[in-house]
Design a protein around this ligand. Structure first.
Ligand SMILES: *Cc1c(COP(=O)(O)O)cnc(C)c1O
Length: 234
């Protein structure tokens, strides 16, 4: 059943790629598995997915030990500084860097483990009060500040677009974030790359791919609706 969902998502990705003459290999599908039990993650893993996204430190730590070691875990949720140390050696990328203080802590923890952590800057692209992320205006500033942090590597931008009925309504935001990435890249800031764009969720990932997404984060489309009312034994 999850396999069928996955096939549908794959078809949607392929179709979007063909529409704008992009290669499928340019896009990483991240299966967003928050609130879902490890059995479901294993099923999706068995169907070939290796990139999983979670938004809670505790959930990553609990699932990490129970699933195959070649999974690439992506931290996509708001991250508190005091919890960086728990995931620094478990995740392949932190998508949600939205302050210098957080970047600094990631740098400290990465240095301790002698690694360079790939990160994205989270941008609050529609300026929503309820969302995390730096403003478009502050993004360049933050990029400049992070430039001297040697144990992290900024690879691009991440955004959570507004919830909309019609995905076309988010096209303008995807265009804006891509333009912002180009603007930042043009500044040629040391240690700052802008090749990755983590945009697009279940409701709008086809449009996001058309507008340049290199990573799409699909939860509901693969795992079905989330039920926050029950605390599963994960
Ligand atoms: C939950 C979540 C997703 C996936 O949302 P769906 O609409 O279920 O695909 C993507 N990105 C982030 C940051 C999330 O928290």
């Amino acid at each position: 059943m999850l396999k069928d969902n996955l096939i549908n998502v794959e078809t949607t990705i392929q179709t979007a790629c063909e529409k704008v003459h992009r290669r499928r290999s340019e896009i990483t599908l991240i299966a967003v598995s928050k609130t879902k039990p490890v059995e479901m993650l294993q099923e999706v893993y068995d169907a070939g997915v290796r990139d999983f996204g979670e938004n809670k430190v505790q959930e990553i730590c609990e699932k990490y030990d129970k699933l195959p070691p070649d999974i690439r875990w992506h931290m996509i949720g708001h991250l508190q500084r005091n919890k960086v140390k728990y995931i620094i050696d478990k995740v392949c990328m932190i998508h949600s860097v939205d302050s210098y203080r957080l970047a600094e802590e990631i740098n400290i923890q990465a240095k301790k483990r002698r690694i360079v952590m790939p990160v994205l800057m989270e941008v609050n692209i529609a300026g929503e009060q309820t969302k995390y992320g730096v403003s478009k205006e502050d993004a360049i500033l933050l990029a400049q500040e992070m430039s001297h942090l040697d144990n992290l590597h900024v690879q691009g931008l991440m955004a959570v677009a507004p919830y909309v009925e019609d995905p076309e309504d988010n096209r303008k935001y995807f265009q804006q974030i891509r333009k912002l990435a180009v603007d930042i890249q043009r500044k040629n800031i040391d240690n700052i790359d802008m090749h990755a764009l983590s945009i697009g969720m279940t409701g709008d990932y086809a449009v996001a791919i058309e507008e340049g997404a290199t990573m799409v984060r699909v939860g509901t489309g693969i795992f079905g609706e989330r039920d926050y009312s029950i605390r599963r034994d994960i």
